[in-house]
Design a protein around this ligand. Structure first.
Ligand SMILES: [Zn+2]
Length: 455
Protein backbone atom coordinates (compact mmCIF):
# COMPACT_ATOMS: atom_id res chain seq x y z
CA UNK A 1 0.00 0.00 0.00
CA UNK A 2 2.75 2.39 1.08
CA UNK A 3 4.73 1.49 -2.03
CA UNK A 4 1.77 2.24 -4.32
CA UNK A 5 1.33 5.63 -2.65
CA UNK A 6 5.00 6.45 -3.34
CA UNK A 7 4.52 5.32 -6.94
CA UNK A 8 1.48 7.59 -7.42
CA UNK A 9 3.42 10.48 -5.86
CA UNK A 10 6.30 9.92 -8.25
CA UNK A 11 4.00 9.94 -11.28
CA UNK A 12 2.46 13.21 -10.07
CA UNK A 13 5.88 14.81 -9.74
CA UNK A 14 6.93 13.66 -13.20
CA UNK A 15 3.69 15.03 -14.71
CA UNK A 16 4.12 18.32 -12.89
CA UNK A 17 7.70 18.64 -14.16
CA UNK A 18 6.63 17.87 -17.73
CA UNK A 19 3.88 20.51 -17.62
CA UNK A 20 6.18 23.16 -16.17
CA UNK A 21 8.88 22.28 -18.75
CA UNK A 22 6.41 22.89 -21.60
CA UNK A 23 5.26 26.13 -19.97
CA UNK A 24 8.85 27.27 -19.42
CA UNK A 25 9.96 26.46 -22.95
CA UNK A 26 7.08 28.33 -24.54
CA UNK A 27 7.58 31.39 -22.36
CA UNK A 28 11.34 31.52 -22.96
CA UNK A 29 10.77 30.82 -26.62
CA UNK A 30 9.38 34.31 -27.17
CA UNK A 31 12.59 35.95 -26.10
CA UNK A 32 15.27 36.82 -28.62
CA UNK A 33 17.28 34.01 -30.09
CA UNK A 34 20.29 36.29 -30.19
CA UNK A 35 22.65 36.26 -27.24
CA UNK A 36 21.88 39.35 -25.21
CA UNK A 37 24.70 39.71 -22.72
CA UNK A 38 26.11 38.52 -19.43
CA UNK A 39 23.28 36.23 -18.38
CA UNK A 40 23.74 34.14 -21.51
CA UNK A 41 26.58 32.24 -20.02
CA UNK A 42 27.12 30.12 -17.02
CA UNK A 43 30.32 31.23 -15.44
CA UNK A 44 32.60 28.64 -14.00
CA UNK A 45 35.33 28.99 -11.42
CA UNK A 46 38.47 27.43 -12.78
CA UNK A 47 40.36 27.93 -9.55
CA UNK A 48 44.11 27.78 -9.93
CA UNK A 49 44.00 27.20 -13.65
CA UNK A 50 44.38 23.46 -13.38
CA UNK A 51 42.52 21.29 -15.80
CA UNK A 52 39.00 20.93 -14.53
CA UNK A 53 36.76 18.67 -16.51
CA UNK A 54 33.82 17.73 -14.39
CA UNK A 55 31.89 14.60 -15.22
CA UNK A 56 29.67 15.16 -18.20
CA UNK A 57 26.41 16.66 -17.10
CA UNK A 58 23.47 16.12 -19.39
CA UNK A 59 22.36 19.43 -20.87
CA UNK A 60 18.64 20.05 -21.03
CA UNK A 61 18.89 20.14 -24.81
CA UNK A 62 19.81 16.48 -24.75
CA UNK A 63 16.41 15.73 -23.35
CA UNK A 64 15.17 16.35 -26.88
CA UNK A 65 16.78 14.02 -29.40
CA UNK A 66 18.30 16.18 -32.14
CA UNK A 67 17.78 13.59 -34.88
CA UNK A 68 14.00 14.00 -34.66
CA UNK A 69 14.11 17.66 -35.68
CA UNK A 70 11.16 17.13 -38.03
CA UNK A 71 8.77 16.86 -35.09
CA UNK A 72 9.93 20.09 -33.49
CA UNK A 73 8.49 23.46 -34.33
CA UNK A 74 10.82 26.49 -34.79
CA UNK A 75 9.50 27.94 -31.53
CA UNK A 76 10.40 24.81 -29.66
CA UNK A 77 13.81 24.79 -31.32
CA UNK A 78 14.67 28.24 -30.06
CA UNK A 79 13.33 27.27 -26.66
CA UNK A 80 15.71 24.32 -26.66
CA UNK A 81 18.50 26.65 -27.60
CA UNK A 82 17.64 28.97 -24.73
CA UNK A 83 17.57 26.08 -22.31
CA UNK A 84 20.93 24.85 -23.58
CA UNK A 85 22.28 28.30 -22.92
CA UNK A 86 21.51 28.38 -19.23
CA UNK A 87 22.73 24.88 -18.40
CA UNK A 88 26.22 23.98 -17.33
CA UNK A 89 28.69 23.20 -20.11
CA UNK A 90 29.30 19.55 -20.99
CA UNK A 91 33.03 20.08 -20.90
CA UNK A 92 35.03 22.90 -19.37
CA UNK A 93 38.68 23.38 -18.66
CA UNK A 94 41.86 25.09 -19.70
CA UNK A 95 44.02 24.46 -22.77
CA UNK A 96 46.85 23.11 -20.62
CA UNK A 97 50.60 23.05 -21.13
CA UNK A 98 52.05 21.91 -24.45
CA UNK A 99 48.60 21.77 -25.99
CA UNK A 100 46.75 23.62 -28.72
CA UNK A 101 43.10 24.58 -29.01
CA UNK A 102 42.82 21.97 -31.78
CA UNK A 103 44.43 19.29 -29.61
CA UNK A 104 42.17 20.18 -26.72
CA UNK A 105 39.00 20.02 -28.86
CA UNK A 106 40.04 16.68 -30.40
CA UNK A 107 40.63 15.29 -26.91
CA UNK A 108 37.13 16.51 -26.02
CA UNK A 109 35.72 14.31 -28.78
CA UNK A 110 34.91 16.93 -31.44
CA UNK A 111 35.38 15.94 -35.09
CA UNK A 112 38.05 17.69 -37.22
CA UNK A 113 35.27 19.07 -39.47
CA UNK A 114 33.47 20.68 -36.51
CA UNK A 115 36.75 22.15 -35.26
CA UNK A 116 37.54 23.49 -38.73
CA UNK A 117 34.14 25.21 -38.94
CA UNK A 118 34.57 26.61 -35.46
CA UNK A 119 38.07 27.99 -35.97
CA UNK A 120 37.03 29.48 -39.32
CA UNK A 121 34.23 31.35 -37.53
CA UNK A 122 36.83 32.76 -35.12
CA UNK A 123 39.06 33.96 -37.99
CA UNK A 124 38.38 37.67 -37.58
CA UNK A 125 37.87 37.64 -33.81
CA UNK A 126 40.60 35.65 -32.14
CA UNK A 127 43.71 33.85 -33.36
CA UNK A 128 43.92 30.48 -31.62
CA UNK A 129 47.66 30.34 -32.33
CA UNK A 130 48.03 32.93 -29.55
CA UNK A 131 46.23 30.68 -27.05
CA UNK A 132 47.85 30.41 -23.62
CA UNK A 133 47.86 27.30 -21.39
CA UNK A 134 45.42 28.80 -18.89
CA UNK A 135 42.90 30.12 -21.41
CA UNK A 136 39.53 28.65 -20.43
CA UNK A 137 36.99 27.01 -22.66
CA UNK A 138 33.47 25.67 -22.30
CA UNK A 139 31.84 23.24 -24.67
CA UNK A 140 28.08 22.73 -24.96
CA UNK A 141 27.01 19.70 -26.97
CA UNK A 142 23.78 18.48 -28.51
CA UNK A 143 23.20 14.84 -29.45
CA UNK A 144 25.83 12.96 -31.48
CA UNK A 145 28.57 15.11 -29.95
CA UNK A 146 27.31 17.96 -32.14
CA UNK A 147 28.87 21.23 -30.96
CA UNK A 148 26.13 23.74 -30.08
CA UNK A 149 28.04 26.47 -28.34
CA UNK A 150 31.65 27.21 -27.54
CA UNK A 151 32.91 29.79 -25.03
CA UNK A 152 36.54 30.86 -25.09
CA UNK A 153 38.10 33.09 -22.37
CA UNK A 154 41.66 34.27 -22.92
CA UNK A 155 41.15 36.58 -19.93
CA UNK A 156 38.85 36.30 -16.88
CA UNK A 157 37.05 39.43 -18.09
CA UNK A 158 36.66 38.48 -21.73
CA UNK A 159 34.54 35.80 -23.38
CA UNK A 160 34.15 34.88 -27.03
CA UNK A 161 30.93 32.98 -27.57
CA UNK A 162 30.44 30.92 -30.70
CA UNK A 163 26.93 29.62 -31.30
CA UNK A 164 25.68 27.34 -34.03
CA UNK A 165 23.66 29.36 -36.55
CA UNK A 166 20.92 28.32 -38.99
CA UNK A 167 23.49 27.80 -41.78
CA UNK A 168 25.23 25.13 -39.74
CA UNK A 169 28.21 27.39 -39.13
CA UNK A 170 29.00 29.41 -36.02
CA UNK A 171 28.42 33.04 -35.11
CA UNK A 172 31.03 34.50 -32.77
CA UNK A 173 30.40 37.41 -30.44
CA UNK A 174 32.65 39.15 -27.95
CA UNK A 175 31.55 39.78 -24.37
CA UNK A 176 33.47 42.06 -22.03
CA UNK A 177 32.62 41.16 -18.48
CA UNK A 178 32.50 44.07 -16.05
CA UNK A 179 33.80 43.13 -12.63
CA UNK A 180 32.51 44.67 -9.45
CA UNK A 181 35.00 46.76 -7.46
CA UNK A 182 35.08 46.47 -3.68
CA UNK A 183 37.28 48.39 -1.27
CA UNK A 184 38.65 46.44 1.68
CA UNK A 185 40.98 47.24 4.53
CA UNK A 186 43.26 45.32 6.84
CA UNK A 187 45.14 46.29 9.94
CA UNK A 188 47.44 43.53 11.14
CA UNK A 189 50.66 42.98 13.01
CA UNK A 190 53.63 40.95 11.86
CA UNK A 191 54.48 37.72 13.56
CA UNK A 192 57.12 36.06 11.42
CA UNK A 193 57.01 37.66 7.98
CA UNK A 194 55.14 40.22 5.93
CA UNK A 195 53.87 37.58 3.48
CA UNK A 196 52.56 35.32 6.25
CA UNK A 197 50.79 38.25 7.91
CA UNK A 198 49.02 39.20 4.69
CA UNK A 199 48.25 35.56 3.80
CA UNK A 200 46.66 35.16 7.24
CA UNK A 201 43.89 37.52 6.11
CA UNK A 202 43.22 35.32 3.09
CA UNK A 203 44.95 37.61 0.61
CA UNK A 204 47.47 36.56 -2.01
CA UNK A 205 51.12 37.08 -2.96
CA UNK A 206 50.15 39.69 -5.54
CA UNK A 207 48.96 42.04 -2.76
CA UNK A 208 52.21 41.46 -0.84
CA UNK A 209 54.12 42.42 -4.00
CA UNK A 210 52.04 45.57 -4.49
CA UNK A 211 52.62 46.57 -0.88
CA UNK A 212 56.39 45.96 -1.16
CA UNK A 213 56.54 47.92 -4.43
CA UNK A 214 54.93 50.99 -2.86
CA UNK A 215 57.58 51.18 -0.15
CA UNK A 216 60.52 49.95 -2.26
CA UNK A 217 62.22 53.37 -2.12
CA UNK A 218 62.09 53.58 1.68
CA UNK A 219 61.82 50.20 3.33
CA UNK A 220 64.48 47.51 3.19
CA UNK A 221 62.24 44.48 3.54
CA UNK A 222 65.32 42.36 4.33
CA UNK A 223 66.17 44.36 7.39
CA UNK A 224 63.17 46.30 8.63
CA UNK A 225 60.43 43.86 9.57
CA UNK A 226 60.27 43.02 13.27
CA UNK A 227 57.74 41.01 15.21
CA UNK A 228 54.92 43.31 16.29
CA UNK A 229 55.33 45.81 13.44
CA UNK A 230 51.91 46.91 12.22
CA UNK A 231 50.71 47.30 8.66
CA UNK A 232 47.53 48.88 7.34
CA UNK A 233 46.29 48.51 3.79
CA UNK A 234 43.24 50.00 2.08
CA UNK A 235 42.91 48.24 -1.24
CA UNK A 236 40.63 47.48 -4.17
CA UNK A 237 39.49 44.01 -5.20
CA UNK A 238 37.61 43.02 -8.33
CA UNK A 239 34.97 40.31 -8.34
CA UNK A 240 32.87 38.63 -10.96
CA UNK A 241 29.85 36.85 -9.47
CA UNK A 242 31.61 36.76 -6.10
CA UNK A 243 34.67 35.15 -7.67
CA UNK A 244 37.86 37.10 -7.00
CA UNK A 245 39.40 38.28 -10.27
CA UNK A 246 42.24 40.64 -9.41
CA UNK A 247 43.47 43.38 -7.11
CA UNK A 248 43.02 46.98 -8.10
CA UNK A 249 45.10 49.76 -6.59
CA UNK A 250 46.27 49.98 -3.02
CA UNK A 251 44.62 53.29 -2.03
CA UNK A 252 46.50 53.80 1.20
CA UNK A 253 49.17 51.88 3.07
CA UNK A 254 51.09 52.27 6.28
CA UNK A 255 54.02 50.47 7.80
CA UNK A 256 54.59 51.23 11.47
CA UNK A 257 57.53 49.43 12.98
CA UNK A 258 60.62 49.60 15.10
CA UNK A 259 62.56 51.05 12.17
CA UNK A 260 60.12 53.86 11.50
CA UNK A 261 56.64 54.66 10.28
CA UNK A 262 55.86 55.09 6.59
CA UNK A 263 52.57 56.15 5.05
CA UNK A 264 51.57 56.20 1.45
CA UNK A 265 48.52 57.43 -0.40
CA UNK A 266 47.60 56.77 -4.01
CA UNK A 267 46.85 60.03 -5.81
CA UNK A 268 46.72 60.91 -9.53
CA UNK A 269 48.47 57.69 -10.54
CA UNK A 270 51.32 57.88 -8.03
CA UNK A 271 52.12 57.32 -4.36
CA UNK A 272 52.77 60.15 -1.91
CA UNK A 273 53.58 60.31 1.76
CA UNK A 274 51.21 62.08 4.15
CA UNK A 275 52.80 65.47 3.41
CA UNK A 276 52.34 65.04 -0.33
CA UNK A 277 55.95 64.17 -1.19
CA UNK A 278 56.23 61.54 -3.91
CA UNK A 279 57.55 58.20 -2.66
CA UNK A 280 59.40 57.60 -5.91
CA UNK A 281 63.08 58.42 -5.51
CA UNK A 282 66.24 58.07 -7.55
CA UNK A 283 67.23 54.71 -6.01
CA UNK A 284 65.28 51.68 -4.87
CA UNK A 285 66.45 50.31 -1.55
CA UNK A 286 67.10 46.85 -2.99
CA UNK A 287 68.08 45.28 -6.32
CA UNK A 288 65.70 42.35 -5.71
CA UNK A 289 62.41 41.66 -4.02
CA UNK A 290 63.03 39.06 -1.35
CA UNK A 291 66.15 37.35 -0.03
CA UNK A 292 68.56 37.52 2.87
CA UNK A 293 71.24 40.14 3.36
CA UNK A 294 74.33 38.00 3.79
CA UNK A 295 77.05 40.60 3.97
CA UNK A 296 77.00 44.32 4.55
CA UNK A 297 79.11 47.18 3.30
CA UNK A 298 82.37 47.47 5.22
CA UNK A 299 85.76 49.07 4.94
CA UNK A 300 87.40 45.89 6.32
CA UNK A 301 86.10 42.35 6.50
CA UNK A 302 87.58 38.86 6.45
CA UNK A 303 86.98 37.48 2.96
CA UNK A 304 85.73 33.87 3.08
CA UNK A 305 87.34 32.93 -0.26
CA UNK A 306 90.53 34.99 -0.24
CA UNK A 307 91.10 34.18 3.48
CA UNK A 308 92.34 37.66 4.22
CA UNK A 309 91.02 41.06 5.28
CA UNK A 310 89.61 43.03 2.35
CA UNK A 311 87.16 45.83 2.12
CA UNK A 312 83.69 44.83 1.01
CA UNK A 313 82.58 47.48 -1.43
CA UNK A 314 78.91 46.58 -1.63
CA UNK A 315 76.06 44.68 0.00
CA UNK A 316 75.45 40.98 -0.68
CA UNK A 317 71.90 39.69 -0.86
CA UNK A 318 71.56 35.92 -0.84
CA UNK A 319 68.75 34.59 -3.00
CA UNK A 320 68.00 31.53 -5.07
CA UNK A 321 69.78 31.19 -8.42
CA UNK A 322 67.50 32.68 -11.06
CA UNK A 323 65.88 35.32 -8.82
CA UNK A 324 65.24 38.53 -10.78
CA UNK A 325 67.63 41.42 -10.23
CA UNK A 326 66.21 44.93 -10.76
CA UNK A 327 67.90 48.14 -11.81
CA UNK A 328 67.68 50.30 -8.68
CA UNK A 329 67.58 53.51 -10.76
CA UNK A 330 67.04 54.62 -14.34
CA UNK A 331 70.29 54.36 -16.23
CA UNK A 332 72.34 53.12 -19.15
CA UNK A 333 74.12 49.76 -19.29
CA UNK A 334 77.83 50.55 -19.67
CA UNK A 335 79.07 47.02 -19.03
CA UNK A 336 77.42 43.58 -19.35
CA UNK A 337 79.80 40.63 -19.24
CA UNK A 338 82.49 38.85 -17.22
CA UNK A 339 84.75 40.92 -14.96
CA UNK A 340 87.24 38.95 -12.78
CA UNK A 341 85.99 38.17 -9.27
CA UNK A 342 82.61 39.81 -10.03
CA UNK A 343 81.80 36.99 -12.46
CA UNK A 344 78.96 38.00 -14.75
CA UNK A 345 78.20 41.61 -13.92
CA UNK A 346 76.05 44.50 -15.13
CA UNK A 347 77.19 48.06 -14.54
CA UNK A 348 74.74 50.92 -14.93
CA UNK A 349 75.54 54.60 -15.29
CA UNK A 350 73.14 57.10 -13.67
CA UNK A 351 72.98 60.91 -13.46
CA UNK A 352 75.17 62.86 -11.01
CA UNK A 353 78.18 60.53 -11.39
CA UNK A 354 76.47 57.47 -9.93
CA UNK A 355 77.10 53.89 -11.05
CA UNK A 356 75.54 50.65 -9.78
CA UNK A 357 77.04 47.13 -9.99
CA UNK A 358 75.09 43.86 -9.96
CA UNK A 359 77.58 41.00 -9.72
CA UNK A 360 77.83 37.16 -9.68
CA UNK A 361 74.79 36.84 -11.99
CA UNK A 362 73.80 33.55 -13.61
CA UNK A 363 72.25 35.34 -16.56
CA UNK A 364 72.56 38.86 -17.95
CA UNK A 365 69.37 40.20 -19.50
CA UNK A 366 70.14 43.88 -20.23
CA UNK A 367 72.59 44.55 -23.07
CA UNK A 368 75.45 47.03 -23.25
CA UNK A 369 74.24 50.44 -24.45
CA UNK A 370 70.63 49.78 -23.42
CA UNK A 371 68.67 52.26 -21.29
CA UNK A 372 66.85 50.63 -18.39
CA UNK A 373 64.13 51.85 -16.06
CA UNK A 374 64.10 51.71 -12.30
CA UNK A 375 62.67 48.33 -11.29
CA UNK A 376 63.32 46.72 -14.68
CA UNK A 377 64.72 43.17 -14.58
CA UNK A 378 68.31 43.32 -15.83
CA UNK A 379 69.81 39.98 -14.73
CA UNK A 380 69.29 36.87 -12.62
CA UNK A 381 70.98 35.84 -9.38
CA UNK A 382 73.82 33.33 -9.72
CA UNK A 383 77.17 32.29 -8.29
CA UNK A 384 79.64 33.32 -10.99
CA UNK A 385 83.07 34.72 -10.10
CA UNK A 386 84.56 34.45 -6.62
CA UNK A 387 81.68 33.39 -4.37
CA UNK A 388 80.65 30.89 -1.72
CA UNK A 389 77.01 30.65 -2.84
CA UNK A 390 74.36 32.29 -5.02
CA UNK A 391 73.84 35.97 -4.22
CA UNK A 392 73.89 39.38 -5.84
CA UNK A 393 76.69 41.73 -4.88
CA UNK A 394 75.18 45.21 -5.16
CA UNK A 395 77.56 48.12 -5.29
CA UNK A 396 77.06 51.87 -5.69
CA UNK A 397 79.86 54.17 -6.81
CA UNK A 398 80.08 57.95 -7.03
CA UNK A 399 82.63 59.12 -9.57
CA UNK A 400 84.19 55.64 -9.49
CA UNK A 401 84.52 55.43 -5.69
CA UNK A 402 82.40 52.80 -3.86
CA UNK A 403 79.96 54.21 -1.27
CA UNK A 404 77.64 52.55 1.23
CA UNK A 405 74.38 51.87 -0.68
CA UNK A 406 72.24 52.16 2.45
CA UNK A 407 73.41 55.67 3.29
CA UNK A 408 73.45 57.35 -0.12
CA UNK A 409 71.46 60.54 -0.51
CA UNK A 410 68.24 59.57 -2.25
CA UNK A 411 66.91 62.35 -4.46
CA UNK A 412 63.17 62.93 -4.11
CA UNK A 413 60.82 63.94 -6.87
CA UNK A 414 59.04 67.28 -6.90
CA UNK A 415 56.22 67.68 -4.34
CA UNK A 416 52.62 68.42 -5.30
CA UNK A 417 51.65 71.95 -6.34
CA UNK A 418 49.61 73.95 -3.76
CA UNK A 419 46.31 73.41 -5.66
CA UNK A 420 46.84 69.67 -5.99
CA UNK A 421 48.09 69.50 -2.41
CA UNK A 422 44.72 70.76 -1.20
CA UNK A 423 42.91 68.07 -3.15
CA UNK A 424 45.47 65.53 -1.91
CA UNK A 425 44.82 66.43 1.73
CA UNK A 426 41.09 65.90 1.25
CA UNK A 427 41.80 62.51 -0.34
CA UNK A 428 44.05 61.54 2.58
CA UNK A 429 41.33 62.46 5.09
CA UNK A 430 38.65 60.43 3.32
CA UNK A 431 40.97 57.41 2.96
CA UNK A 432 41.89 57.51 6.65
CA UNK A 433 38.20 57.64 7.57
CA UNK A 434 37.53 54.73 5.24
CA UNK A 435 40.31 52.66 6.83
CA UNK A 436 38.91 53.42 10.27
CA UNK A 437 35.38 52.55 9.21
CA UNK A 438 36.42 49.32 7.44
CA UNK A 439 38.71 48.03 10.16
CA UNK A 440 36.12 48.94 12.81
CA UNK A 441 33.57 46.97 10.81
CA UNK A 442 35.94 44.01 10.79
CA UNK A 443 36.60 44.12 14.51
CA UNK A 444 32.87 44.48 15.26
CA UNK A 445 32.33 41.51 12.98
CA UNK A 446 34.83 39.56 15.05
CA UNK A 447 33.03 40.47 18.27
CA UNK A 448 29.75 39.39 16.77
CA UNK A 449 31.22 36.04 15.84
CA UNK A 450 32.67 35.68 19.32
CA UNK A 451 29.34 36.52 20.93
CA UNK A 452 27.64 33.85 18.87
CA UNK A 453 30.10 31.18 19.91
CA UNK A 454 28.57 28.98 22.63
CA UNK A 455 30.61 28.86 25.83
ZN1 LIG B 1 79.83 41.15 -2.21
Amino acid sequence: MNLINKYVQLICIVLLLAVSAVFLSSSIGISSIFPSSKEDTTRIKTGDGSLTEPGKSVPAANAFPSDSNADISPGEKSAMKEISRIVAPDIQGVIGRNNTVYGKLISCGLSPTQIFNLTRAFDKTFDFRTAAPDDRLQIFLAGNNQLQKFVYSPDPLLEYIAERNVNGGFTVSQHDLIPEKRVEAMEISLDSSLSKAIFSTGEKQRLVDQFVDIFSWDIDFYLFPRKGDRITILYEKYFLDDTFIKYGDILAARYAGQNGTFSSFFFDGGYYDKQGHPLRKMFLRLPLKFGVKTSGYSIRRFHPVHKKYKQHTGIDYGAKTGTKIFATANGKVIFAGWKGGYGKVIILKHPNGYQTYYAHCSKLIAKKGQFVDQGETIARVGATGVVTGPHVHYEVRINGKPVNPSTIKNFKGTPLSPERLEKFRATVQSRLLLVEEKTLQNSEGDKLVLADTPE
